[in-house]
Design a binder for this molecule. Structure first.
Ligand code: TRP
Length: 384
C-alpha cells in the first residue's frame, strides 16, 4: 500500500485514513456548522465534545431527521457491536452519543449484538465465545446510561425469530454482485458472510414494522459501517420504510499513533480497555505516541503537534469535557509550555477514575439487561 493509501471496510481499516476523502468516496455529507447549530438549538444546551469537536464529522439525512423531530415525529436510535473481544474506549463512542441523545430527547434505543457476524468473519472464534462476549460487552456498552424502559436489545442468535422475516425481505433485494461490489467479497468468502448484511439492516425497519407506521431511524456509528447502510438505504423505499439516517464518527486514534484504536492480537497496547486496571492505564499512556519533539529543548522552542497525538485525542473525545480546559491544553501543547510527560501525568488519573466509575455503572446494568433482550424470555434454551 502506498504511503497515502488507506482502506476502510466494515471488517478492515488500514493505512492513514483521510477522512475528507472517505466522505467523498462514500458520498456522505459534511456535518457542518449550520447543521450543528440547529442540533444544538433542538438539544437546548451546548453540544457535548463528541459533536462540538469534530469526532462526529459526517452524516446522511440528519437534516430530515431534525425536520421530522420538529414536526412531532421523533426518531429512534440504532447502533450495534460485533462481539470479538473486550470493549475499549473507542467502541464506546456511538453508545455514549446515543445515551446522551436518549437522555436529552427521550427517544427509543435499539442495540444490535452481532454474535453471528463475528462467528462468520472470525474463524478463530467459536459461536459460544462470541455469544459469551456479546453478553459481557453489553454491560460495558449500556453503562453510559440508557433508560431501561426505552432500550431494546437485538442479540442476533437469541432474537433471530424477530429478525428473520425482515432479513429475508432485505436479502431478496440484494444481489451477490452488489454485495461483492460494496464489500469486496470473493469466491473464498463463506456464504454466511455474504448474507450477513441483511441481518444488520433489520433494526432499521423493525420498530416501524412493530408500530405499523414509519418511524425515522438515526444510526450513530463509525464511518466504516456506512457500506451496510448504503445498501439498506437503497432498498428501504421498496420495502415501504424510510431510509435510515446516519451520524458517522472518526476512529479514535490508537495509542501507537497509527490508524484506529485496535484490538488486534499484536496491538493490545494500542487501546485502553474498560477493564484495564490502573497500572495498565499508567503503563499504556506512558508509552503512548504523542505529537511531541525529540528533546525538551526543541519542544519548548517549537511546540508540539496535538493533531497527530494519541493523548490529545483522548482529551478531545472525553477526558476534558470542560471547553476552557480543553482549549488551555491545546494552546499550551502547541506553544511548548506543556510537555508530554506532564500532559500524560495529568490524563492518567482522569482515565483511571473514568474507568472506576464506568465499572460501577456497568454493574447496575446487570439488573435490567436480561429483560431488554428481545426474545430471551420465549425460549430459555436460546439464551446466550
Ligand atoms: N457490524 C458492527 C460491528 O462489527 C456491529 C453492528 C451491528 C453495528 N449493527 C450496527 C454497528 C449498527 C453500528 C451500527 O461492530
Amino acid at each position: 500500500m502506498a504511503r497515502d493509501e488507506f482502506k476502510v471496510t466494515p471488517w478492515e481499516v488500514s493505512g492513514k485514513v483521510d477522512y475528507d476523502r472517505l466522505r467523498e468516496l462514500f458520498g456522505t455529507s459534511d456535518l457542518d456548522p449550520p447543521l450543528l447549530e440547529r442540533l444544538e438549538r433542538i438539544l437546548g444546551e451546548p453540544l457535548p465534545p463528541l459533536l462540538s469537536r469534530g469526532i462526529y464529522y459526517s452524516h446522511r439525512d440528519l437534516g430530515w431527521i431534525l425536520d421530522e423531530y420538529e414536526k412531532g415525529n421523533p426518531f429512534f436510535l440504532y447502533t450495534g457491536r460485533g462481539p470479538s473481544g473486550d470493549v475499549h474506549l473507542a467502541h464506546l463512542i456511538p453508545f455514549e452519543l446515543s445515551a446522551y441523545l436518549q437522555r436529552r430527547l427521550g427517544v427509543e434505543m435499539w442495540v444490535q449484538v452481532t454474535d453471528d457476524e463475528k462467528f462468520l468473519f472470525r474463524s478463530d472464534l467459536s459461536l459460544a465465545e462470541t455469544r459469551r462476549l456479546g453478553e459481557e460487552n453489553l454491560l460495558d456498552l449500556l453503562a453510559p446510561g440508557f433508560d431501561p424502559r426505552k432500550t431494546h436489545i437485538l442479540f442476533d442468535t437469541v432474537s433471530i425469530r424477530h429478525l428473520y422475516p425482515l432479513a429475508l425481505e432485505v436479502a431478496r433485494r440484494i444481489t451477490f454482485s452488489t454485495a461483492k461490489a460494496v464489500f469486496g467479497f470473493t469466491n473464498q468468502n463463506n456464504i454466511g458472510s455474504i448474507f450477513f448484511t441483511a441481518i444488520q439492516s433489520v433494526p432499521c425497519f423493525l420498530p416501524s414494522q412493530i408500530a405499523h407506521r414509519p418511524i425515522p431511524c438515526l444510526i450513530p456509528c463509525g464511518i466504516d459501517q456506512d457500506p451496510h447502510f448504503r445498501l439498506t438505504r437503497d432498498i428501504a423505499e421498496s420495502m415501504g420504510y424510510p431510509k435510515p439516517a446516519l451520524l458517522h464518527n472518526r476512529f479514535l486514534a490508537g495509542l501507537g499513533g497509527e490508524g484506529k484504536m485496535s484490538s488486534s492480537a499484536n496491538r493490545k497496547d494500542d487501546a485502553i480497555y474498560l477493564n484495564d486496571p490502573p497500572g495498565e492505564v499508567e503503563r499504556k499512556i506512558g508509552k503512548a505516541f504523542t505529537g511531541g519533539r525529540a528533546t525538551v529543548e526543541e519542544q519548548r522552542r517549537l511546540g508540539a503537534n496535538p493533531e497527530i497525538c494519541s493523548v490529545w485525542n483522548l482529551w478531545r473525545s472525553r477526558f476534558a469535557p470542560d471547553e476552557g480546559e480543553f482549549q488551555e491544553i491545546t494552546r499550551t501543547c502547541r506553544s511548548g509550555e506543556l510537555l508530554c510527560g506532564d500532559c500524560k501525568a495529568r490524563i492518567i488519573p482522569r482515565i483511571q477514575s473514568f474507568l472506576a466509575e464506568h465499572r460501577e455503572r456497568r454493574e447496575k446494568v446487570r439488573a435490567w439487561l436480561p429483560s431488554a433482550i428481545v426474545g430471551a424470555d420465549e425460549d430459555p434454551a436460546t439464551r446466550p
